[in-house]
Design a protein around this ligand. Sequence first.
Ligand code: PGA
Length: 255
Amino acid sequence: MTDSDSPVLVIGNWKMNLCPQAAFSLAERLAVESRSLRKSQLWLAPAFPSLAALTSINNLGAPQFQVGAQNVHWENSGAYTGESSPAMLQELGCTFAIVGHSERRHIFGESDKLVAKRALAAETSPLSIIFCVGETEEERKRGETSEILARQLGALFDQIPSPNRAKFVIAYEPVWAIGSGQVANPADISSAHQVIRDIWRERAKQECPPIAYGGSVSPENFSSIIELPLVAGALIGGASLDFEKLKEILSIAEN
Ligand code: PGA
């Protein structure tokens, strides 16, 4: 954990899972759990069709319970078929959007530049941005992790030379750890987080925003990850779809 005053961020990325009714039911139970959170916050990113259902809970719920989108465009309107704008998400009640998730980069071919442009939403709207970075297995084997992180973050600084750090969370997600059950080891997580911190300080001339780790996080491994000094939270896929597992992760985050 980075700073005892900052909340632990437990971020559930539901990807393309759960139809709106199922998403609402799970989120409603989690929102109740979130009311007792003191040291952590639960942020949920359901699929786009479920956002309105979840933000209707958000409006009733506690400040520790935030809802956001899995992607965002940088313009507020225009001829961009299939996209959603910062203004649309904000009006729905979203408080954040994820950009650059490895599935967007690797399955849908989103480039460093495109991902970085999406992050402009943090500059032009109240949304916070979870900016995902991470190397593939081949890149790690070739010893290129730092170079890849510098390239992905470099694209961000090309678009926004001096980002408002209060509007950002960086998610370090090694691609090979996502959905594989193979969590990165603590030393690798720490060194990647340090690299990200150094790049941010050097390029933006300011402290780095909170960095969350993502990739096969579960109730079994969460404590060993969150106790690392530079880890401010976790971006969780599979385990966030399971009420009991997420509840257990939140209880670890609180203690
Ligand atoms: P996982 O997904 O927890 O299922 O590995 C993490 C993510 O893709 O954000």
